[in-house]
Ligand binder design. Structure first.
Ligand SMILES: Nc1ncnc2c1ncn2[C@@H]1O[C@H](COP(=O)(O)OP(=O)(O)O)[C@@H](O)[C@H]1O
Ligand SMILES: O=P(O)(O)OC[C@H](O)CO
Length: 504
């Protein structure tokens, strides 16, 4: 009987389950979007129970679609939107509040208080991260401060916190209130833990002082495990019953692993709701001086952890959604390419989507979005074009910071994620960087990375050479813009970005 690995990718926009074979090829896919909840300006939430029910539905559907027999799935890997925080009651399995999503900025005042006179870099040495609304710790604190009774229950050891991986694994392996009688395992992996602001980057353990400063009881926290080991077994009925849950990676680290960026100096850029560029820096954390994050890239079983430098851009694909949902100038995300093709260039317009402030490399929580350079000439085609270009300019900013921090010169850029279907964007990305942009055959690298982590833990793949062998080039976009024009456009972009500052 053929054997496969199932990967669950619980992302910001949708939940997916993808089944892979030994060559890393896709055998079956199922996907469903979930509601984005915006209760107030700057707030972004998801319903945790929907995230879980969608996950189990897409898993069942992916298996049913390919008619996979019981016993053909040898392991499950989990990958997830990172930082998003869920707090639930251990005895009922019910969340005490909606999941607070990574883009949510409600904790900005709290960040100011925590930064105090030491500033946003107060915990950077320990965690690799600047104080920001982006990370989970402040979100948990907000729930404890604002949900009635939550703090008392947390202090009594009755509440559990998890990033979305923990929440899914808890439910997948048990979950009271989920038709079973036993709690699931309460774990996370080093990559997800490294995004909470509560983990020490070198010891890979929760930091008691930071937890105390944040007012978060340590009894709420999951156990930190490697990215590739058996954490527990699925209790789901059907073909997944009893299958080991054997891999967990935050989605951007998973994409890095799925792109086989397994040696220091190798990088990938993922274009989803936001953009995330990760550079493998090997087994020593590299501290950033140019606005990047130091983060855990992966840890396979007992091997030493591998670290990465990361440039996180908050708004890229979500700007396309905004044009679709808030302005209605396109009906589907893919239509932006046709609209952009109605004009030859941006018509002088620059769209800086600082909807959650600006993340890497500028970290400006006070920024808000602008469209600069408007004249009577600009039409919706130009706005579509400017929206796509914004993704490419933001990527260039991050690559320049990465070069300054690490000295690594990227001669090609490996890309993946939902937006890389857009050929206009990929061509412009190559143009504005002046290096080729390369998309692999299997662009679902996030799910593939989680599958690899799970498959390595159960011996389905033997080692990293298997993963390197599976990577195959799909399409390359070569730069075609002359240097003077490239620099003129980028210079105007930089001017537009400065117009977003000091807004809040
Ligand atoms: N053809 C396209 N052109 C531009 N953007 C697109 C296109 N297709 C999808 N997107 C954008 O990509 C994002 C979805 O990518 P995906 O990798 O699935 O995201 P996530 O993992 O964050 O849920 C959405 O924000 C959507 O607007
Ligand atoms: O769900 P994605 O693909 O937008 O990824 C979100 C990131 O993990 C946020 O840090």
């Amino acid at each position: 009987m053929n054997q496969y690995i199932a990967a669950v990718d619980q992302g910001t926009t949708s939940s997916r389950c993808i089944v892979f074979d030994h060559d890393g090829r896709i055998v079956s896919v199922a996907q469903t979007e979930h509601e984005q909840i915006f209760p107030r300006s700057g707030w972004v939430e998801h319903d945790p129970e929907t995230l879980w029910t969608n996950t189990r539905e897409v898993a069942a559907l992916a298996l049913a679609k390919a008619d996979l027999p019981v016993g053909s799935i040898v392991a499950i890997g989990i990958t997830n939107q990172r930082e998003t925080a869920v707090v639930w009651d251990r005895s009922t399995g019910k969340p005490v509040y909606n999941a607070i999503v990574w883009q949510d900025t409600r904790t900005d005042r709290l960040i100011g208080e925590l930064a105090g006179s030491e500033g946003v870099d107060r915990y950077r040495k320990t965690t690799g991260l600047p104080l920001s609304t982006y990370f989970s710790g402040p979100k948990v604190r907000w729930i404890l401060d604002n949900v009635e009774g939550a703090r008392a229950k947390a202090e009594a050891g009755q509440l559990a916190f998890g990033t979305v991986d923990s929440w899914i694994v808890w439910n997948l392996t048990g979950g009271i209130g989920n038709g079973t009688q036993e709690p699931g395992v309460h774990v996370t992996d080093v990559t997800n833990a490294s995004r909470t602001m509560l983990m020490n980057l070198e010891t890979l353990q929760w930091d008691p002082q930071i937890c105390a400063d944040f007012g978060i009881p340590m009894s709420m926290l999951p156990q930190i495990r490697s990215s590739s080991e058996v954490y527990g077994y699925s209790r789901e009925r059907g073909p997944l019953a009893g299958v080991p849950v054997a891999g967990i990676l935050g989605d951007q680290q998973a994409a890095t692993f799925g792109q086989a960026c397994l040696s220091p100096g190798e990088a990938k850029n993922t274009y989803g709701t936001g953009n995330f560029l990760l550079l493998n820096t090997g087994t020593t954390p590299v501290r950033s001086e140019h606005g990047l994050l130091t983060t855990v890239c992966y840890r396979i079983g007992d091997a030493p952890a591998v670290y990465a430098l990361e440039g996180s851009v908050a708004v890229t694909g979500s700007l396309v959604q905004w044009l679709r949902d808030n302005l209605g100038i396109i009906r589907t995300a893919a239509e932006i390419e046709d609209l952009a093709a109605t004009v030859p260039d941006n018509g002088g317009a620059y769209f800086v989507p600082a909807f959650s402030g600006l993340f890497a490399p500028r970290w400006r929580p006070d920024a808000r979005g602008v469209i600069a350079g408007l004249t009577r000439f600009v039409n919706k085609g130009h706005l579509a074009r400017a929206a796509l270009e914004a993704t490419a300019y933001q990527t260039r900013e991050v690559i320049e910071a990465m070069r300054a921090d690490s000295g690594v010169e990227l001669h090609t850029l490996k890309v993946d994620g939902g937006m890389v279907a857009n050929r206009t964007l990929m061509q412009f990305q190559a143009d504005i960087l002046g290096v080729p942009v390369v998309r692999p055959v299997v662009a679902e690298t996030t799910a593939l990375g989680a599958a690899y982590a799970a498959g390595l833990a159960v011996g389905f793949w033997e080692g990293e050479d298997d993963l390197r062998r599976n990577w195959a080039m799909g399409h390359t976009w070569e730069p075609a813009l002359d240097e003077a024009e490239r620099e003129r456009l980028y210079g105007e972009w930089n001017k537009a970005v400065e117009r977003t500052y000091d807004w809040t």
